[in-house]
Design a protein around this ligand. Sequence first.
Ligand SMILES: [Fe+2]
Length: 244
Amino acid sequence: MRPAFVDCHSHVVPSGDDGAPSVEAGIALCQEAARHGTEILFATPHVWPHLTLTSSREAAIRESYASMRDHVGLELRLGWELTPTPDLLKEDPRRYVVEGTELVLMEVPFIGAADDLVALAELTDSAGLRPVIAHPERTEAVLDRPALADELAERGWLLQVNATSLLGRHGEDSADVGWDLLEREVATIVGSDGHRPSRPPHLDEAYSLVVRRFGEDRALPWFDGSALGVTPSRTASRAASRGV
Ligand SMILES: [Fe+2]
């Protein structure tokens, strides 16, 4: 039986970024995710250097989120995806906690060095929170020097690989690094990073591939929220019925 998926990374709440352009489009993406087995979906609007989280933007996002959450067929939670910048180092990382967790999602910049990421993750760590590092396999810093991913993981930071990388949709190099990070258990989470119908918030296809390669027991923790400390209610009720 397919597990209930927990997806910690998506852009389904409209926020002015490159994700869902409207509440209606966001609801449709969430309903698609639910049909594909996701039970808890974290909406993580981008916080970019050129699109920061001003108070007016945050209020608009929270309003959209509140209007969506009862109409999506899954548990929708709100977080953020930080692109590391020196300015973010002046802020309290608690502002960006992913709802219901002690986690802060941040990406390795696609181009250039990872110095700002390391500094932001250290700041997050020092605030008693845990960094989740998004899609290292898609970034120049890790593709040039894959050992960087190991160094981040060795610090206790959670590494999240994109489902689409495993499916080969971001090129052969990202696929190879993504699979290697799973094989060696350097990465602990697979997320969709879903943005739009052509890049949807689905995990089921990647889950099938991961099961085929590594077996169900190894595959499950990458997809079921356990690495995040988040348990979908269907999983909880199954465990209760087994007396676990
Ligand atoms: Fe993202």
